[in-house]
Design a protein around this ligand. Structure first.
Ligand code: ATP
Ligand code: ATP
Ligand code: MG
Ligand code: MG
Ligand code: MG
Ligand code: MG
Length: 265
């Protein structure tokens, strides 16, 4: 296979293995999705179909990459966390990043029609990707907190902006002007006093983003007839299977992480 006189060119390839014992985070972001969302008439400020399509693509990544234990998505981006000890593709940077980016992208395209049955894709969308290594649990927690705070800030802004446009009759230029320099308290007040919208009662999906976790869940196995009564069933003995579970919850406070120590071990 590699015995020809040309094979020496292979030695020009440079190794790119990622530092062992560090947390690998992959973040993907849609390229020019502001345009894509306009061309495909996304609902403003939040098109739920588009968010679900993103969640579905992230699920496909987690099903394929067993060592991805957590993912967080908002808008046109998704972040994936690998177990610290993963040996996936010998931790080769390019191999990991390109394979995840292309799997996510092809899943997005492949399933588009299920989420947008009336809106054919007009061109092939692309995603960029990057890998960041974090040395300890603290940076990983701060990374995900950073993305969730970003989701919140963007969503509060976008929700207020589109309320001004869609219900307040402002032009987009006027709405930009109205919101320029406002703090979050002011946006809450605009939403409530002018549009009777209580921000905190908007769907959690929009306010918190999507959190996909690989969790061990008990399987309802085939219990032998004798053991079928509840009293005799040994729950500790029941099988578990790893499943990807979708939440729209807080990942900034301790509770989420305390309940799932395996994420950072
Ligand atoms: P870049 O290529 O630099 O990432 P971009 O146009 O993708 O440019 P982003 O900052 O990534 O810019 O923002 C993504 C944009 O895509 C949002 O601002 C919004 O306009 C649009 N968008 C993405 N997802 C949704 C959604 N579910 N509903 C409505 N709009 C969305
Ligand atoms: P890896 O994920 O490591 O790249 P791989 O299975 O893709 O594994 P490659 O070394 O990339 O292995 O080789 C690609 C293989 O795909 C070829 O060996 C061949 O079996 C098959 N293949 C690709 N293109 C064609 C084609 N046009 N016709 C027939 N077989 C093909
Ligand atoms: Mg970007
Ligand atoms: Mg983008
Ligand atoms: Mg983005
Ligand atoms: Mg190949």
């Amino acid at each position: 296979m590699s015995g020809s006189k040309y094979a020496y060119v292979k030695s020009y390839e440079t190794p790119d293995n990622l530092l062992p014992g560090t947390f690998i985070v992959v973040r993907l972001d849609g390229h020019a999705f502001h345009n894509l969302s306009q061309k495909h008439s996304f609902i403003r400020p939040n098109d739920e179909r588009a968010l679900q399509l993103m969640d579905n693509a992230a699920r496909d990544v987690m099903d394929e990459f067993k060592d991805v234990v957590l993912a967080f998505g908002e808008s046109d981006e998704y972040s994936f966390l690998f177990r610290k000890t993963t040996a996936v593709y010998k931790r080769r940077h390019a191999k990991i990043l390109t394979t995840i980016t292309s799997l996510f992208t092809s899943s997005y395209v492949f399933h588009w029609h299920r989420y947008f049955p009336e809106t054919p894709l007009q061109y092939p969308p692309t995603f960029d990707g990057r890998i960041v290594l974090y040395p300890s649990a603290q940076e990983v927690r701060d990374y995900f907190a950073w993305r969730q705070v970003d989701a919140h800030i963007n969503n509060l802004y976008n929700t207020t902006f589109w309320a001004l446009v869609q219900q307040g009759g402002e032009s987009t230029t006027q709405a930009h002007h109205t919101l320029k320099g406002t703090v979050s308290k002011t946006k809450h007040e605009i939403l409530f006093s002018r549009f009777n919208i209580n921000y905190n009662s908007l769907p959690e999906r929009f306010r918190k983003g999507s959190v996909l976790v690989k969790e061990d869940t008990p399987v309802e196995g085939e219990v032998p007839e004798k053991a079928q009564s509840l009293d005799t069933r040994d729950l500790n003995n029941s099988k578990t299977s790893s499943q990807v579970v979708l939440h729209h919850c807080d990942i900034i406070k301790d509770d989420f992480w305390d309940a799932r120590p395996f994420l950072l071990s």
